[in-house]
Design a protein around this ligand. Sequence first.
Ligand SMILES: C[S@@+](CC[C@H](N)C(=O)[O-])C[C@H]1O[C@@H](n2cnc3c(N)ncnc32)[C@H](O)[C@@H]1O
Length: 467
Amino acid sequence: MQQFQPAIPLSGTTVVVVGSGEEAENKVRLFRTSPARVVWRTLDRQEPVTPDLAHAEIVSGGRVPLGAFRGARLVFIGVEDETLARRLAARARRSGALVNVVDNIALCDFHTPAIIDRGAVTVALATGGTAPILARDIRAAVEGVIPPGAGLLAEAADSLRATVKQVLPAVQRRRRFWEQALRGPAARLADRGDAPATRRALLQALDRFQDQASPEGVVHLVGAGPGDPELLTVKAQRLIRDADVIVHDRLVSPEIIDRARRDALRIDVGKTKGRHPVPQERITDILIEQARLGRRVVRLKGGDSFIFGRGGEEVEAVRAAGIEVDVTPGISAALACAASAQVPLTHRDHAQAVTFVTGQPKPGGEGAHFRALSAPNHTVAIYMGVATAEPTMRALIEGGRDAATPVAVIENGTRPDERVLTGRLDDLAGLVAREAVTGPAVIIVGEVARAAEARALVRAAIEEQAA
Ligand SMILES: C[S@@+](CC[C@H](N)C(=O)[O-])C[C@H]1O[C@@H](n2cnc3c(N)ncnc32)[C@H](O)[C@@H]1O
């Protein structure tokens, strides 16, 4: 560790910023939401005061008088004259302040980290002044996974700490309560910025917890997207990280499952076509059993749970068991594959409608009416359609679709082994057979699929070049 970042409480302190211009303004702005008294000595310039600087007491005058740093905890110096900066830094230090001289690492007691400010919760990132842009990028990535209400939630928890300690004197039980309460409805209310409701929800959680022999569990149905971990939603990432149990399908990539806590229980209920290692009824039983143990269960499904994912059945079963169930959407395969192959699913000139359809109906059940999807200005995105490519193409052509309609088959979309195959409708079955499509694939039928040809040509040229 090359540097240590202490957290300095700001309540009841004074922060002094000396200097004018953008850098000084940025330092003043940094403390906009802090309880510290902020004094901004602009020296000889009159600075325009925008609302985000209005929290500062502005002193405009030529010199920094003796005593200007008395009682200051932090002093920022943003003056161009290095001799002056050095003198001011020495004086501030003698007053007991920690000093930061803008753009002069040698004169600094501390660097200004990139900060994520959530009130009571702050995250600071530092690169030792070596790569501020890198710190900014990391901050953006971290920012995405910190719930907006984290600070408010922490404040509400702090206000109830003594009460909780009194009601739950055993440390273990108290920890379990906080784990449950801070991840329950209170967190969602905090994200909405509703402080009284957040506090109320924590108290209600405490009330319920007292009566509980074992804590309450919850089941989250989470769409994991098509495979590329970058296509997970921010919320999905958070739920996966917080889960006690992950119940996942075959189509969820290992990189995504790896985002779960190391001690989280992982249950693979993956299905492949014609091979159902864990029957659907057993999957719902597992969800219910695990939640009844008071665990946070994440049911992780490829794409979106409500698009050919049997999510509806699982929600119904879990709800019927009296367990809280929550659904987080994911990017469905057709959307992801279309984006990856650069095929617009709708187009003002070519496609006024798009239909997501399955090529595999429920065994013994009614299949999709492909003939009804044969209109020329209609895009058809077929899931699980490789094995039934022959009857599908026949039905579409018999329904009136032009035999020469472009098709694109996107196999393993968004994954490193993605393939985009293109052809015409009357050769769809031949195409998937010749190319031995075995991975999960989406078939796109319609004029818009022509766009994939250009992309496929460029990729083929790149591969040829590399070979
Ligand atoms: C049981 S369905 C699940 C669909 C999923 N719920 C969704 O919203 O994407 C499985 C089918 O989704 C499609 N699929 C899923 N992931 C895919 C991917 N990465 N590339 C292409 N197709 C995919 C394939 O058609 C596969 O047979």
